[in-house]
Design a protein. Structure first.
Length: 580
């Protein structure tokens, strides 16, 4: 699987500065007495022309608040609140007040709420607000994510949650399921025991996977084992829902078993049985995270006519509506199970990060979230970079940088994209999704299983400032030949280990694609899994319009997608970052 890094549809000529800044606030100790206390994490994303979006996460570190709350802070410069969500917003001069809504006026001890607003008049030099009060008390909480995890752990010790109550971030305070089938393969590799106990995604990649296939237990087997591993504590098990009709329309490596028109089989032979199993009372204490249908909806944005990147099979899927219908149906059915947390796939920054793709994807996802009887309430959040290789953070160049007056956006590598890495992309997408109508507390996952880019070839500082290309190419961690390359990338390493609440707006870093499982066969291999041979997995292929006609960068001798690829596993360990 894993799809094209998609180029922008048409380059725009104007460079608009984008900045993202996250600050967290910690000030003095709370007054003695009733033990009030709070922390505020404020993240602003400037999208140019003075416009910006701000996410404000309030965490109550004091006694439970029941009768409503009021947050106050001052905006810098001449910034104005234009439109806010999840609170009643008002502004007098610089002073902003956000008052709770009837439905979110109670905030238990250690509970958090995400509110936010879109604003205007941001100017360069503006510094984010640093002083906040909640019901008159200055927010003094420790700002580190470590503390977030710890404090929220306390909140969630009341789990196993009541059936019917979803927590804000299922990963916080929870163990994670280790898939014994993957773990055994990893442990059998020299050095593999160093990571064999990491949680990885369980891919329901065909109807037969529900009952189990050779070497892979079925869904009930996984869930029973998950209950055993949970041993009474909260535990997240991660499933990948991946079997849409006409699957993977722009590539061949992971074409699925269902034909473009077989939406009824998708519903009755795939989603319904999965939903029925997940709803069994025996599994009610698990936190079941689903990644819903990777690479499908983004394909309907970038790989359809009249774009030069159009693929006929994607035009078919757009015209028959079965991606949207299927995703809506999956969300509705799975979301009806109270302990299921659905995360919709949003591709990655090297695909959806261009202006022509970004907002359109958010809007299409919102449409799908409301299709087939679903509502946005069935969407817990989104996942970026599933099975892709985009660097989490590019520390040595930023989208705002320029060299001799030329923006990095004009470099060959960035090519007018608006983002240079997955973290900035995911955080910005979250804001855009809220603007499209999704709930303000949606969370993001980032698949970091193979985006580490460590090893001896990893740059240790910025590139030379001779030309913009020298600067970007010399400093970038991502060593792919082209951002659009996606199959078994040579030089890649394991990325950040799975981690809960690592950054503002991010529910978790996850290993959704199990390291060591191939993205696709280097050459045609007959099979009964519906998998084709995609040239992007052939190291001798010289490319197509979707990767700027560059070499594929794929490793040689790869087996079918999903099959064990020892050489890749070994390279991923060698190039791990952080190193093993
Ligand atoms: C394949 C699936 C496999 C998954 C995880 C996908 O590319 O199509 O069959 O389960 O990767 O490795």
């Amino acid at each position: 699987m894993k799809l094209n890094g998609q180029r922008r549809w048409a380059a725009t000529g104007v460079v608009v500065a984008t900045t993202a800044a996250t600050i967290a606030v910690a000030l003095s100790a709370p007054p003695a007495g009733a033990a009030p206390g709070c922390r505020v994490d404020y993240t602003a994303n400037n999208w140019g022309g003075g416009g910006f979006g701000a996410s404000v996460k309030i965490t109550n570190l004091g006694d439970a608040v029941t009768g409503g709350w009021t947050l106050k802070f001052a905006l810098p410069g001449s910034q104005r609140v234009a439109q806010g969500w999840s609170a009643t917003w008002s502004q007098s001069g610089a002073n902003v007040t956000a008052a709770s809504m009837p439905w979110n006026g109670s905030l238990g001890t250690n509970a958090s709420i995400d509110i936010g607003f879109n604003g205007s008049n941001a100017a360069s030099g503006d510094v984010n607000p640093t002083t906040f009060t909640l019901n008159g008390t200055e927010c003094t909480g420790a700002p580190t994510t470590t503390t977030t995890t710890t404090t929220t752990t306390t909140t969630t010790t009341s789990n196993n949650p009541d059936p019917g109550t979803r927590v804000d971030n299922p990963y916080v305070g929870a163990k994670q399921y280790v898939n014994p089938d993957w773990s055994a393969k990893a442990a059998a590799e020299a050095g593999g025991s160093r990571i064999a106990n990491q949680p990885t995604g369980v891919w329901m990649d065909r109807i037969a996977a529900i009952a189990g296939t050779t070497g892979a237990r079925g869904l009930v087997g996984h869930l029973d084992e998950a209950v055993r591993q949970a041993a009474g504590s909260p535990l997240v098990i991660q499933l990948v829902i991946y079997n849409l009709p006409g699957r993977d329309c722009s590539a061949l490596a992971s074409n699925g078993e269902l034909k473009a028109t077989e939406i009824d089989r998708y519903k009755s032979e795939y989603i319904d049985p999965i939903a029925a199993i997940l709803a069994r009372p025996a599994y009610a204490g698990l936190r079941i995270v689903t990644t819903v249908e990777i690479d499908s909806l983004p394909n309907l944005i970038t790989n359809v006519s009249p774009r030069p990147t159009a693929v006929p099979a994607c035009d078919v899927m757009k015209a028959n509506g079965n991606y949207v219908t299927g995703v809506g149906y999956a969300l509705a059915k799975l979301g009806a199970v109270p302990n299921v947390y659905n995360y919709l796939d949003i591709g990655h920054h090297g695909w959806i990060g261009w202006d022509d793709n970004f907002g359109a994807t958010a809007e299409l996802l919102f449409q799908a979230a409301n299709a087939s009887g679903s509502t946005k309430a069935n969407v817990q959040g989104f996942i970026a970079n599933t099975a892709n290789y985009g660097a989490l953070k590019e520390p040595y160049f930023k989208i705002e940088d320029s060299v001799n007056g030329t923006s990095v956006r004009q470099s060959k590598w960035v090519d007018w994209n608006r983002y240079v890495d997955e973290l900035s992309y995911a955080q910005a997408f979250r804001n855009r999704a809220v603007q499209a109508g999704f709930d303000a507390n949606v969370g993001m996952l980032i698949d970091t299983s193979r985006n580490g880019w460590g090893g001896s070839a990893r740059p240790t500082g910025p590139g030379p400032t001779t030309t913009v290309d020298a600067y970007v190419n010399g400093g970038k961690l991502d060593r792919r030949i082209h951002l659009g390359n996606w199959c078994n990338q040579s030089g890649a390493g394991l990325g950040e280990r799975p981690k809960a609440a690592p950054e503002s707006g991010i529910d978790a870093y996850v290993w959704m694609k199990p390291p060591g499982e191939s993205d696709g066969a280097s050459e045609e291999i007959p099979n009964n899994e519906g998998k084709g041979a995609d040239k992007m997995c052939d190291p001798t292929y010289t490319g197509n319009v979707r990767n700027g006609n560059n070499m594929s960068g794929a490793l040689a001798d790869a087996p079918l997608s999903g099959h064990w690829f020892s050489a890749q596993f070994q390279e991923l360990m060698r190039n791990a970052y952080p190193a093993l």
